[in-house]
Design a protein around this ligand. Structure first.
Ligand code: 5GP
Ligand code: ZN
Length: 114
């Protein structure tokens, strides 16, 4: 996708602090962190959000979750715990329409879901 900022980050056309990368997934620090650890995990291919997943592309969910586990160990938050958040669609607060998971941790998080 030509004008998608996360595609540009994945192609390294925009700067980011990359914390993990493999052939299908890239993860980088959120520009506006809400916790000591706030990483965005994205597929390298453009998928708008969960509603664009199908039988052909959904294997990426496995790769994203294995990346999350890897990053949690690397950043030392695997034992204390962390949260993986996906916002799907405008009402959920999705502002960048390229599938991404927020990996948030490094402090005691609130109990609420909303
Ligand atoms: P959403 O609200 O769509 O779930 O999350 C989008 C996230 O992307 C936000 O937390 C926002 O801070 C982050 N973000 C937006 N633009 C950029 C950018 O150019 N670079 C980085 N690293 N993060 C961004
Ligand atoms: Zn994109």
């Amino acid at each position: 996708m030509e004008n998608c900022i996360f595609c540009k980050i994945a192609r390294k056309e925009l700067p980011s602090t990359i914390v993990y990368e493999d052939d299908k997934v890239i993860a980088f620090n959120d520009i506006n962190p809400v916790a000591p650890v706030h990483v965005l995990i994205i597929p390298k291919i453009h998928i708008k959000n969960v509603m664009e997943l199908d039988e052909q592309n959904a294997d990426i969910m496995k790769d994203i979750h294995l990346a999350a586990k890897n990053i949690a160990v690397k950043l030392g938050i695997d034992e204390k715990g962390f949260r993986l958040i996906n916002n799907c669609g405008e009402e959920a607060g999705q502002t960048v329409f390229h599938l991404h998971y927020h990996l948030i941790g490094g402090k005691k998080l609130g109990q609420g879901l909303i």
